[in-house]
Design a protein around this ligand. Structure first.
Ligand code: GDD
Ligand code: MN
Length: 386
């Protein structure tokens, strides 16, 4: 495969040279792959580009992409696009040019790519990984708890490091399938949004332990803003991921109110109706009114979810609807069963029989029922083909 190592630089004239030398020294150890280094420099005032031009004369596999400074994420997006379209990259690396990322990790990343992983992350908080012990306690705390926060809020328990800057990404089906033009951040937090998109695409992700080195020259370009920026990205992603669930809840409430009002309207209109006997079984008028009202609620639920919550995978066409609607009815019954079971079992186990506790149990049943509905809608009824 052809690998492009993207090295972003802003005022790295003192470190970029030794970073490149370090990479070149390691590359011969990696078999069956070819490597290019793409330096993405944002017209660094310290003349980093001059150093790169010297290295281009020295090595045949170094390229320089210059541009305006718009943030680290913008630099990487520019580099990724160039690597994909102009350099036919099969895998791209993200790596700092300031000496903090040890090039001797490159073979370890490539070994995992060879194992079939799509996205390999250098993680600092798993056994074998670390951050510089010289870091101040503040930076350590922010970095560590920042990742725990992202892990819990985004609910991605399989990952431990959300902001590390040393990564390898497969292009085909992964990097080339995500939207790089509408990222929530083009500064340091770009990587959280990219990661979330990879997960959504079902990319195979692997964390390998990384000892993050100490910056020897110059200063970090990350700042307190970086922290708030990451927080913002995590919260927006959470909101987007929850949107469907919130819509399912709203539609559920609409369906339930239709059922209620439908019941009383029917009772009002057909007040004189007195139930029927079917094969000797008497069905009361209440049972019939409620059954009709429930079905109206379910039909509305189906219709509104179809044109709103799941509009991106809308069910259309007479025959598909005829097939899907009974299926939908069947699964909705499940949520009614869940509610009944929670109430029944909850009361029996605890032996508590108060109105307040009934309220708690019914609410719990509704919540579990909604989660069940949400999952069934997503995985069965409105399943989008992969
Ligand atoms: N082209 C370009 N444009 N390069 C940039 C820019 C920019 O706006 N901002 C930073 N860089 C380059 C730096 O020159 C360096 O090579 C690399 O990106 C990382 O920047 P640092 O300033 O060294 O960041 P850091 O060490 O604080 O952050 C590292 O660790 C973080 C996690 O703790 C990076 O690896 C981050 O990506 C990572 O999130
Ligand atoms: Mn750095």
């Amino acid at each position: 495969m052809h690998i492009v190592i993207v090295l972003p630089t802003y005022n790295e004239r003192e470190s970029v040279g030794s970073t490149i030398d370090g990479i070149q020294k390691v590359l011969p150890q990696i078999k069956n792959h070819t490597f290019d280094i793409l330096v993405v420099d944002d017209n660094s005032p310290d003349g980093t580009a001059e150093v790169i031009k010297q290295y281009i004369k020295k090595y045949p596999n170094i390229y320089l992409l210059s541009g305006q400074k718009k943030g680290l994420g913008a630099a990487y997006v520019r580099g990724f696009k160039h690597a994909m379209t102009k350099m036919s990259a099969d895998v791209v690396f993200e790596m700092d040019a300031d000496g903090q990322h040890d090039p001797t990790y490159l073979p370890k990343f490539m070994a995992e790519i060879d194992n079939g992983y799509d996205y390999v992350i250098g993680a600092r908080y798993i056994p074998g990984g670390s951050v510089p012990k010289e870091w101040g306690i503040h930076r350590k705390i922010v970095s560590y708890f920042g990742s725990i926060f992202a892990r819990v809020v985004l609910w991605m328990p399989q990952l431990t490091d959300f902001t590390t800057g040393y990564r390898a990404t497969r292009v085909k089906g992964v990097l080339d399938s995500v939207d790089l033009d509408h990222l929530l951040s083009y500064k340091f937090a770009y990587k959280i949004h990219i990661l979330a998109q990879f997960i959504e695409k079902g990319a195979k992700i692997k964390e390998i332990p990384l000892k993050f080195g100490l910056r020897e020259k110059q200063q970090s370009k990350a700042s307190l803003n970086t922290f708030f920026e990451s927080l913002r990205v995590v919260l927006i992603l959470r909101y987007r991921m929850s949107q469907r669930f919130i819509k399912v809840c709203v539609v559920g409430a609409i369906g339930a109110s239709l059922q209620f009002s439908g019941y009383f309207i029917l009772k009002e209109i057909f007040g004189s109706f007195r139930g029927v006997g079917v094969f000797g079984i008497v069905i009361s008028e209440k049972g019939i009114f409620n059954a009709v009202a429930t079905e109206v609620g379910i039909a509305a639920n189906f219709a509104i979810n179809n044109i709103w919550t799941f509009k991106d995978s809308k069910i259309s066409g007479f025959f598909t609807v005829i097939k899907k609607f009974p299926q939908f009815n069947f699964f909705v019954l499940g949520s009614l069963v869940i509610q009944a079971v929670v109430l029944e079992v909850g009361t029996r186990i605890t032996g508590i029989d108060t109105n307040f506790f009934d309220f708690v149990l019914i609410s719990t049943g509704i919540l579990i029922g909604l989660i069940y509905n949400y999952l069934v809608y997503k995985k069965v009824i409105w399943k989008t083909k992969k």
